[in-house]
Write a protein that binds this ligand. Structure first.
Ligand code: ATP
Ligand code: MG
Length: 558
């Protein structure tokens, strides 16, 4: 288990403390993370994972992983596998407690029969439209279904015929018999079982009736002896139904699950709903669920975010009772903080222009020592030659006075190496700069006579003959708009420049054998990660985050 999980107090923990003080849940605290396997997990789920697993950890309790797989049409084993991988990668473990709501289909069926026997559920023949119409509105009470007063025997017979496949989809449903006049619409005889002649990814064709989420969820929690069902705010209105079900089926109030709701995470510039993320994948707007622009755990992992940074972020945003929008810059801040500690610095030139050092011998190659990290972390040797690349933006022919990078007649220091002076600019017939000619001061390298000589600018550089080529992918937010994280037409709101691919970038030869997922700081440019599709013959780097930390700046101002 990771160390930086939610140990700070919050209202959820206060509620648990209160329960423990009152002698409830003496067997120990038990939570669960209950994803529906209909998509990949996103950063919002990470928050829920940290809260559920973190809470169990704080109280020395247990946390289950349970797949809420009650909707056979949208579910897939691919999603189950990805969810397991993501929870593990985030640093949590469910030991041998991985369950599926579908494990309980028999038990749930028996619970439904029990409700019927207790006169608390009935088979209803109204169509979906009629049920909706009868339900009433917020200001108007609902109408009772004409089938509401069927006898227990009649209901039992009909429900078992539903199970036997005698009816078509939608022909009948099983409803809880609660209160059509309840001010809470969820309580107006909600559907608890529906007919769906659909194969299920785990139970195959065994069932043609499936429990509704609102029926399966609280009962699955109760079956697993979950003590605290932590969920997001939209389930607050469902809580009375969950309690009604547990009460009706005789679950003891002292031991049955207590539901506590918290605010879901929303991030600026970020699409955060599996349904919408699936639309991006299926519409080809991204390369897949793990596209590095996606706010999925797998996308972030491929991009180069670390599990530590994501957990730290979840810790910092805390747990609240009202919905809010978190600045995505805060997540990036956490990523930077973590990578700053963990990565080696290397040099890479993303948009190269050639510099020829005219007084440096053509056949010479010197290996200059370079620190991997500002404090410790060892050194490596970078090759220096007569021809090098620098960044295009680091040269200006007609530069303003305050431009301290390279300009005609000007001097800069090359990082770890010499001071050079620009003597000439070579252009092609259409006036484009092809080469910059410089001379170097041979005594200006480390240990040299003029090593201490001060010049204003220091540039990163790469040897022309001793470098590797790389493709570098620069990412921007998927959504252009910062504040409206859920625009109605979010496809129209997509940022057309969310991916920029640079070819022919030049990079230090030291990275030749770096495996997928290896992370570096490219000096002056940001943090980068070797992509999973990268190979020795075709290096591919993802930009994880740039160096500028807008969140640290603005939060310091406050
Ligand atoms: P989505 O709307 O993205 O499909 P969901 O709530 O339908 O999300 P589930 O698979 O049902 O997805 O979610 C599993 C758990 O994760 C639930 O307990 C849910 O409340 C929680 N969760 C989902 N999205 C968020 C979020 N943005 N912030 C915090 N928790 C979330
Ligand atoms: Mg859902």
């Amino acid at each position: 288990m990771p160390e930086n999980v939610n140990f700070l107090s919050n209202f959820i923990h206060n509620a648990i403390d209160e329960d423990l003080k009152n002698g409830k849940y003496a067997e120990g605290i038990h939570t669960r993370f209950p994803p529906e396997p209909n998509g990949y997990l996103h950063i919002g789920h990470a928050k829920s994972i940290c809260i559920n697993f973190g809470t169990a950890q704080k109280y020395n309790g247990l946390c289950n992983l349970r797949f809420d797989d009650t909707n056979p049409t949208k579910e897939d084993v691919e999603y189950v596998d990805s969810i397991k991988e993501d929870v593990k990668w985030l640093g949590f473990t469910w030991d041998d407690r991985m369950f599926y709501a579908s494990d309980y289909f028999d038990k749930l069926y028996n619970f439904a029969v029990e409700l019927i026997k207790r006169g608390r559920a009935y088979v209803c023949d109204l169509t979906a439209e009629q049920i909706k119409e009868y339900r009433g509105t917020l200001t108007q009470a609902g109408k009772k279904s004409p089938y509401r007063d069927r006898t227990v025997d009649e209901n039992i017979a009909l429900f078992s015929r539903m199970k036997a496949g005698e009816f078509a989809d939608g022909e009948k449903v099983l409803r809880a018999k609660i209160d059509m006049a309840s001010p809470n619409i969820t309580m107006r005889d909600p559907i608890i079982y529906r007919i769906s002649h659909t194969q299920h990814h785990r139970t195959g064709n065994k069932w043609c009736i499936y429990p509704m989420y609102d029926f399966a969820h609280p009962l699955s929690d109760a079956i697993e002896h979950v003590t605290h069902s932590i969920c997001t705010l939209e389930f607050e209105e469902h809580r009375p139904l969950y309690n009604w079900l547990l009460e009706s089926l005789g679950f003891d109030e002292r031991t049955r699950p207590r539901q506590i709701e918290f605010a879901r995470l929303n991030l600026t510039n970020t699409v955060m709903s599996k349904r919408k993320l699936r639309q991006l994948v299926e519409g080809g707007y991204v390369s897949g669920w793990d596209d590095p622009r996606m706010p999925t755990i797998s996308g972030f992992r491929r991009r180069g975010y670390t599990a530590e940074a994501i957990r730290d972020f979840c810790e910092q945003i805390g747990v609240a009772k009202s919905n809010s929008l978190v600045d995505v810059a805060m997540l990036e801040h956490c990523v930077r903080e973590d990578l700053n500690k963990k990565t080696d610095r290397i040099m890479a030139v993303l948009q190269p222009i050639k510099v020829v050092i005219t007084n440096y011998p053509a056949d010479k190659c010197e290996y200059l020592s370079a620190e991997n990290r500002p404090q410790g972390g060892g050194t490596r040797y970078v090759p220096f030659t007569r021809e090098i690349y620098i960044e295009k933006q680091d040269f200006m022919e007609e530069a303003p006075r305050k431009f301290f990078r390279l300009k005609p007649g000007g001097e800069v220091r090359l990082k770890y190496a010499y001071i050079i002076k620009c003597t000439d600019v070579i252009k092609d017939s259409s006036g484009n700069i092809t080469e910059i000619h410089c001379t170097y001061d041979p005594d200006s390298k480390r240990g040299g006579l003029t090593a201490g000589r001060k010049v204003k600018g220091t540039l990163h550089w790469i040897s022309v003959s001793e470098c590797l080529n790389a493709e570098v992918r620069l990412y921007d937010y998927l959504l252009k708009n910062e504040t409206d994280a859920a625009p109605v037409d979010f496809i129209a709101a997509l940022n057309p420049e969310s991916l920029i691919v640079l070819h022919g970038c030049k990079i230090e030869p030291s990275v030749a054998w770096a495996g997928a997922g290896t992370k570096y700081q490219f000096l002056r440019q940001g943090y980068f990660c070797v992509d999973k599709d990268s190979s020795k013959d075709h290096l591919i780097f993802n930009r994880i985050v740039g160096l500028r930390d807008s969140w640290a700046k603005t939060s310091r101002k406050k």
